[in-house]
Design a protein around this ligand. Structure first.
Ligand code: ATP
Ligand code: PRP
Ligand code: MG
Length: 284
């Protein structure tokens, strides 16, 4: 059985469990306060932990794999393999200063006190940029540090920027981008590796499906060739005759991002009755 460490409760928990479910790995709710669970549909045991403890747990082999923010993996700097980006909990880690500060560049941080929950990432960044500043470690509510005199500036997670705004801070340097990642213990035996490969296969199929849509449209027969070039599909589109003479139904897949660009060209070429449908799993 493969052991997977996930966050017990927090920003990653719900999306982690949803991803596993989409991979056909049911956990069952197990009851409040449960710290361990076994899936009934995949040989997987789940450990519910604080996110900070996940990299160490995987490095030590207590869990074979884990799902945690890449920022925490970098901060903990333990020996783990980053296997796959999972596309959720996207955020960045940035330095922010009081909005009235006349910040011109990194050199302005020399001699200042910086509050953060991520001292290792910050210290490495300051060293690489030859900045000498004092790091003040704080476990949460980092954004209030300047206003209560705990530090001059901060280094923390930013997503929408609204926490910075409501604390009268402005983002001045982006240090790294992060998302939830699947990590693995480097020295796994062949049996565990095989289970990990199965898990990766399923995760990839689910993530890929999120980027694509299934598209069906009716096209005049003389335009089939042109439309097939606009919608190349996975191999090539499926074309089926309609009951109405001179028309066909064309089925294909498109990247979600490209949809609005392509739609105009489809209409110009006489496409009608266009349906766009989400795909649940995609195996190429
Ligand atoms: N505002 C945000 N938007 C997107 N992702 C975020 C945001 N805040 C945090 N994250 C990501 O989610 C991870 C977990 O955040 P969370 O706030 O749940 O951590 P925590 O309070 O340290 O949890 P724990 O109790 O497990 O220690 C962060 O390390 C980061 O990768
Ligand atoms: O740019 P924003 O969209 O405002 O997001 C950034 C905030 O989100 C996280 O905190 P969270 O809300 O998880 O609360 P926490 O301080 O309890 O971790 C993070 O620590 C920032 O404070
Ligand atoms: Mg934490």
């Amino acid at each position: 059985m493969l052991t997977l460490a996930v966050q017990k409760s927090g920003r990653l928990s719900e999306k982690t469990l949803r991803l596993l479910e989409e991979c056909g790995i049911q956990i069952g709710n197990g009851g409040k306060g449960k710290l361990k669970a076994v899936s009934s549909t995949f040989p997987l045991e789940i450990l519910y932990l604080r996110d900070d403890d996940i990299p160490e747990c995987v490095a030590d082999g207590i869990a074979h794999v884990g799902i945690v923010g890449a920022n925490v993996v970098f901060e903990k700097d333990r020996e783990v393999e980053i296997v796959e980006g999972l596309g959720f909990a996207r955020c960045r880690m940035s330095i922010a200063v009081p909005k009235e500060m006349d910040y011109k560049g990194l050199a302005d941080l020399n001699g200042l006190k910086i509050a953060t929950s991520f001292p290792r990432i910050l210290s490495k960044y300051l060293q690489e940029n030859h900045v000498q500043a004092e790091i003040h470690e704080i476990n949460g509510s980092v954004e209030i540090a300047p206003s209560i005199g705990l530090a001059d500036v901060i280094f923390d997670i930013v997503s929408t920027g609204s926490t910075l705004l409501s604390n009268s801070l402005k983002e001045v340097e982006t240090v790294l981008h992060s998302e939830a990642v699947l990590i693995a213990h480097p020295g796994m035996d062949a049996e565990k590796r095989a289970l990990l490969e199965q898990l990766i296969f399923r995760i990839k199929a689910v993530l890929k499906a999120k980027d694509y849509k299934y598209i069906l449209l009716n096209v005049p027969n003389e335009k089939i060739e042109t439309i097939c070039q606009i919608l190349p599909g996975m191999k090539s589109p499926t074309v089926m005759p309609l009951a109405k003479e001179g028309w066909s139904s064309l089925h294909s897949v498109i990247r979600e991002k490209e949809f609005w660009e392509i739609i105009e060209r489809l209409k110009q070429n006489g496409a009608q009755g266009i349906l766009v449908i989400p795909i649940e799993k995609m195996i190429v």
